[in-house]
Write a protein that binds this ligand. Structure first.
Ligand SMILES: *[C@@H]1O[C@H](CO)[C@@H](O)[C@H](O)[C@H]1NC(C)=O
Ligand SMILES: *[C@@H]1O[C@H](CO)[C@@H](O)[C@H](O)[C@H]1NC(C)=O
Length: 842
């Protein structure tokens, strides 16, 4: 990664600098490309990349995440740059803590990996407002992402700010840094397609502006099939094998290979089988692909209020190879690592030639990359149901349905996308017995129109216009005068209040009493409250607490989308018929009283009288809770189990953990999962009927050894005594290996001429700090089931447990050959046997 420049004696540097200054116009960047490869410092490469977004984890987590990415076979870490995190108000920049971009890039550099920096500055990313600062919306005359001068000026200023920051830290590759490419805009093609001419002009401007910043590394635009010549157009999706760059001499890049999907409050947990993910990547590579980025490789957490609108959850786990908490998700991580090793073994052939494609049968396809000195083959079976046998060279290869086998020497199969030889694991959320929490409560006051600190006007205002997103909460307050002669006062029939809101949730209070709660759905954030309300003669206080759950991040001119109570608001069943309250006098108050008092901070939390013991508020809406807790021992990642709570916000030592909403139960289609066949985000869902998000990540680094302040604001009402601190641990690891199953070891053995001795091995290993304490299940023969619920089949070697117990118990890792003699002989000589093992990690 270091070019020769950085090794040159510093005495020579001024001379070199002069040389570069004189010849700079003719110096080519150290990163270039053609249609087959990226060329970095003269080396032709197929690049494997993974997205890790720095604010979605903590600086303390970064080195471990990046090391795990490196161990997983990545060359590149890709991240967006999050404008609204860096410029919360105009000209006020923030690059600290989780937003310390330079530190993040240097951690990647220290690990010896490259960086793909997607500056955007529009990033989508299920991130609040797509990464735009809220103030940008209120710049006079602005329209986002089109040929609009105020927008372009702001975008250019921020982009240049980031580029200059990277330059001044020498982070671009030609300067000796790790950044090998950048991105301007993001998935703009579909917007341009809708708005035509101004979109075209803007895309051209953005490209020229970016290139004009002189980074010395290539720029890409994803989903931009009319990208200007000097920009690389790239693909995002679950599959990209059919994608062709808009310019034939450009490399074929997949900037977002979706490893899973994001979770929404109200939605189920998404899962993408790794067999299908590996299959899609192998197909991309066999079709001339030269760059693949996993989106996400580590998804992490939408801390604070960074999750976007439309109910995106606080977890951004994404079913990624590294889970939200930083633990390996197995077998996803390991199977992809094996895929990457197989691809790297093919690299000499892949970077030097195009494939020859043949079709040996129905749904079968063979790609051969044969250059003077190298040969690599990819054998594919696209059938979703049937296995197939392919004859290639003079050998036969068995291919499971929907799979690709990789032969880095055109002879030896080292990997098949549907046969997993890496271990799988089961994780658990383990309650920590030491954490019975002593809670105190404080009731948030209901505000009314005549409170002194409200802002009065006529009519209803859009929510974000008033809050500027300083809070999720906005009070809409008005008075309703009921004459003593109203008919309903005598006949016991209460009038119906109807409130129409653009979203996303609403609590209706009448004279300080909660009258009802409504919230939007995943398909439509809009909501209507319509119910009988108890009114009395005289002045009635109507207090509507409108709650926004993030601003939108995607869609044509999403900056114009509304939130909050826009009306109409009506009262039906009066003597006069229906009274329209929409245009009468309304008062506003931004945020909760507890937010203004800073109840979530150490100093603010002592500003009110909390109650405890038998006075503790339970199942009461609009309640603040606080407690203190000690940090549990060890290094296991931690989470709060919020089951029993409804909806609200959580803080630890003043840091915002995020929005909790375990009261929103997941609806979806959880009818099992078969890996084969085209994947969509609605396939392979799980968690239906459970809270969409029950556990909330508490980063270890936010905790002191003792006396940590945990504060929860609960809107709906819940039982705080049900909240507990849990640790996430690997409970057990499993291997499920066929005899003779190809593995990367095969290649080395084949290379040394020992082709007759190919044998498969089961490898098991517990995470650092844990050891194998027991073998929960072992069967060599025809076992059935999957990790966590294996069972014996019709054939089982009686000594299945012996070798595993002997080799594994007490060790962090072990391996056992899958051959009959290890298990006391062959239990069923004419069957294709396998070994299934589950080992407990303690
Ligand atoms: C690979 O690229 C070459 C050159 O553009 C093209 O002719 C060929 O069809 C491509 N092959 C595949 C399988 O995409
Ligand atoms: C936004 O707020 C301003 C006052 O700050 C008001 O004049 C305007 O009507 C509001 N617009 C909307 C759409 O609510």
């Amino acid at each position: 990664m270091y070019n020769s420049m950085s090794r040159i004696n510093s005495v020579l540097l001024p001379m070199i600098a002069l040389f570069f200054w004189v010849f700079s116009s003719s110096v080519t960047a150290d990163v270039s490309y053609d249609d087959k490869a990226f060329i970095i410092d003269g080396h032709r490469k197929i690049l494997i990349s993974g997205s890790i977004h720095y604010p979605r984890s903590t600086p303390e987590m970064w080195p471990d995440l990046i090391q795990k990415a490196k161990d997983g076979g990545l060359d590149v870490i890709q991240t967006y740059v999050f404008w609204n995190g860096h410029e919360p108000s105009p000209g006020q920049y923030y690059f600290e803590g989780r937003y310390d971009l330079v530190r993040f890039i240097k951690v990647v550099q220290q690990a010896g990996l490259y960086v793909h920096l997607r500056i955007g500055p529009y990033v989508c990313a299920e991130w609040n407002f797509g990464g735009f600062p809220v103030w940008l919306k209120y710049v006079p005359g602005i329209a986002f992402r089109t040929d609009n001068e105020p927008f372009k000026a702001a975008m250019e200023k921020f982009t240049a700010k980031i580029v200059n920051m990277m330059k001044s830290e020498n982070l671009f590759e030609p300067q000796g840094g790790p950044i090998i490419m950048s991105q301007i805009e993001n998935e703009y093609g579909p917007i341009e397609w809708e708005i035509h001419a101004p979109g075209k002009a803007y895309a051209k401007w953005a490209a020229e502006m970016a290139v004009g910043l002189g980074t010395g590394v290539p720029w890409i635009m994803c989903k931009q099939d009319d990208a200007p010549d000097q920009i690389i157009d790239t693909c995002n999706g679950f599959y990209c094998e059919g994608f062709r760059p808009h310019k034939a001499s450009n490399p074929k890049m997949w900037t977002e290979a979706w490893t899973g999907w994001y979770t929404r409050f109200g939605g189920p947990a998404p899962n993408r089988p790794v067999e299908d993910l590996a299959f899609s990547v192998a197909r991309f590579i066999q079709n001339n692909g030269s760059f693949v980025n996993y989106y996400m490789y580590h998804g992490g957490t939408n801390f604070g209020r960074t999750a976007t609108g439309r109910f995106v959850a606080t977890t951004y786990d994404y079913d990624a190879p590294i889970d939200e908490y930083g633990l390996l998700r197995e077998p996803k991580w390991g199977h992809l690592r094996d895929l990457h090793r197989a691809i790297k073994l093919c690299e000499p052939a892949l970077v030097s030639t195009y494939p020859t494609v043949s079709w040996p049968g129905n749904n079968l396809e063979v790609h051969v990359f044969k250059s003077k000195s190298a040969c690599a083959a990819f054998l594919a079976n696209y059938d979703t149901k049937s296995s197939a046998t392919v004859t290639f060279g003079n050998k036969q290869y068995d291919l499971p349905p929907w799979s690709v086998s990789i032969l880095p020497d055109c002879k030896t199969e080292v990997f098949n996308t549907a046969r997993i030889s890496s271990q799988s694991s089961k994780t658990k959320m383990e309650p920590l017995s030491t954490t019975a929490l002593d809670w105190q409560s404080y009731n948030e006051e209901t505000v009314s129109a005549d409170d002194s600190d409200t802002l009065a006007t006529n009519g209803l205002w859009e929510q974000v216009n008033v809050t500027r997103d300083a809070s999720d909460y906005l009070w809409y307050l008005t008075d309703v005068n009921i004459q003593p002669d109203e008919g309903f006062l005598g006949n016991g029939q209460s009038p119906v209040l109807t409130v129409m809101s653009a979203g996303h949730a609403l609590h209706v209070f009448i004279n300080g009493q909660l009258s009802g709660t409504v919230y939007g759905g995943l398909e439509n954030p809009k909501l209507t409250f319509s119910d009988n309300v108890k009114l009395r003669a005289g002045i009635n206080k109507i207090s509507l607490l409108s709650v926004a759950v993030g601003l939108p991040n995607v869609g044509l001119h999403f900056e114009t989308w509304n939130a909050g109570v826009l009306g109409p608001v009506t009262l039906k069943g009066l003597n006069e018929g229906t009274r329209d309250l929409t245009n009468q006098k309304w008062s506003y108050k931004v945020g909760l009283e507890g937010e203004a008092l800073g109840l979530h901070t150490i100093s603010g939390s002592s500003s009110v009288e909390w109650v405890e013991g038998s006075s503790l508020a339970q199942k009461q809406p609009m309640t603040w809770y606080k407690t203190t807790l000690n940090a549990p021992e060890g290094n296991d990642p931690l989470a709060l189990d919020m089951n029993g709570m409804g909806k609200g916000l959580i803080w630890l030592n003043g840091e915002s953990v995020g929005r909790h909403w375990p009261g929103y139960i997941a609806k979806g289609n959880c009818n099992g999962c078969y890996y084969a066949g085209t994947f969509t985000e609605n396939k392979c869902q799980s968690n239906c009927g459970e809270p969409s998000q029950r556990w909330y990540h508490i980063p270890r680094s936010w905790l002191k050894p003792s006396g940590n302040l945990l504060v929860v604001f609960e809107e709906w009402g819940g039982d705080p005594n049900a909240i507990s601190l849990v640790r996430r641990r690997t409970e057990s690891v499993c291997a499920d290996i066929y005899e003779g199953q190809p593995s990367l070891k095969n290649l080395r053995m084949a290379a040394s001429g020992r082709r007759d001795k190919l044998q498969s091995k089961a490898h098991l290993w517990c995470p650092p700090g844990q050891k194998i304490s027991d073998i929960k299940f072992a069967s060599y023969g025809l076992p059935q089931g999957t990790c966590g619920n294996f069972r014996e089949g019709s054939c089982n070697a009686h000594k299945s447990y012996d070798a595993l117990k002997r080799n594994c118990i007490g060790h962090q890792s072990c391996s056992v050959s899958v051959v009959p003699k290890v298990f006391g002989g062959d239990p069923c000589p004419n069957s294709a046997k396998k070994l299934s093992v589950e080992a407990i990690c303690s």
